[in-house]
Design a protein around this ligand. Structure first.
Ligand SMILES: Cc1cc2nc3c(=O)[nH]c(=O)nc-3n(C[C@H](O)[C@H](O)[C@H](O)COP(=O)(O)O)c2cc1C
Length: 196
């Protein structure tokens, strides 16, 4: 049976090497609309989707994230992983040279609770990821995209990204054409119980 939604779920994998080619604005709009179409608790839609399709701004975010990673011991393991990738001749970057970052910020006040808003944000993230996959783009769901907001440049980036007052980082999705990929992860059948 052929089913585009199931195929997108089955074929998706995390891209950690992107082509420089930009995401065209029509596709970007479709991908972001898929995010806006997400369900949310009590239909509160406690999110703001901010697509950064600008390589100069992404380079600034990357520089700030790298500075944080290299200077804060809590990220030692992640920084070492990046160094290992560098030694293996791969991109030594946090955002893998992505041409586009889609940030999802959440409004904890508008949600029934922060926990509820975070759940909603996860759904937006997956809608965006699967929409991008179905349009032929690679994606990397990215928690490290928070790093630039944990630095002294927080206010600068908040202003540049036009983040509404009080909104918190939820997650980001890197989107672009995959340069080199990998197999989707094997599923663990012991993680499933079906009771008839
Ligand atoms: C909430 C979340 C945050 C993630 N953050 C990162 C990240 O910052 N950097 C990264 O390279 N991958 C990140 N990933 C990707 C996971 O490492 C990846 O989904 C997992 O290893 C399974 O691999 P797959 O996506 O190829 O199936 C994140 C995934 C999720 C769901």
């Amino acid at each position: 049976m052929s089913n585009q939604v199931l195929d997108a779920m089955k074929n998706r994998f995390t891209t950690r090497s992107f082509e420089s080619q930009k995401v065209n604005s029509e596709d970007l709009n479709l991908i972001c609309q898929a995010g806006l179409q997400s369900p949310s608790a009590v239909n509160r839609q406690p999110w703001k989707i901010i697509a950064v399709n600008n390589s100069d701004l992404i380079a600034e975010l990357e520089g700030s994230a790298m500075n944080k990673l290299s200077s804060d011991s809590q990220y030692e393991m992640f920084y070492k992983n990046i160094q290992k990738r560098k030694e293996a001749g791969q991109a030594a970057t946090v955002f893998y040279n992505t041409p586009c970052m889609i940030y999802i910020f959440i409004d904890p006040v508008k949600g029934t609770s922060l926990e509820s808003a975070e759940r909603d944000c996860g759904i937006v993230c997956e809608n965006i990821t699967l929409a991008a996959e179905s349009l032929g783009y690679g994606t990397c769901i990215n928690g490290m995209a928070k790093l630039p907001f944990d630095t002294e440049k927080e206010e600068y980036f908040r202003s540049k990204l036009q983040i509404p007052e009080g909104y918190q980082f939820g997650v980001a999705v890197l989107v672009g054409k995959t340069k080199s990929g990998k197999e989707p992860h094997p599923t663990l059948e012991n993680k499933l119980t079906i009771i008839e």
